[in-house]
Design a protein around this ligand. Structure first.
Ligand SMILES: [Zn+2]
Length: 129
């Protein structure tokens, strides 16, 4: 997935949710990005800021949480986090750290979603005109 389309999706998700909840302001957004997605959180943050211009999101604080890759090995049943350092960004090949096997299930690290949105809601009796 490309950073721009991801940033676009994040902005749309947050705006949709903010509108659904009668938000007058979005204060904080937390986004989870799995390392398996190969997305660059800094680039996403930068693009989100650009896309937020002239929307309810302008001025909101964005937190990017990187989710480490976790695997389960089918050969030796190793379960755990994979050190991302040294994995080729463009052709991720992951071996089991215990047995070098490649029959792996990826149990975490594919996340790419809006985890939490903090908004300021309109008060029932004190509506701005
Ligand atoms: Zn293994």
């Amino acid at each position: 997935m490309h950073e721009l389309s991801m940033a676009d999706a994040i902005v749309k998700t947050v705006i949709e949710s903010a509108e659904k909840n009668d938000a007058i302001e979005v204060q904080e957004v937390t986004v989870e990005i799995g390392q398996m997605t190969m997305l660059n959180p800094e680039q996403i943050m930068f693009m989100v800021e650009i896309l937020s211009e002239d929307t309810i999101l302008k001025g909101a604080k964005f937190n990017m949480e990187e989710i480490p890759i976790e695997i389960k090995c089918e050969s030796c049943n190793f379960e755990g986090k994979i050190d991302f350092e040294g994995i080729d960004h463009y052709a991720p090949i992951i071996n089991c750290p215990a047995c070098e096997g490649r029959e792996l299930s990826i149990t975490a690290g594919r996340e790419c979603n809006v985890k939490n949105i903090k908004i300021e809601q309109r008060e029932e009796d004190a509506q701005d005109s």
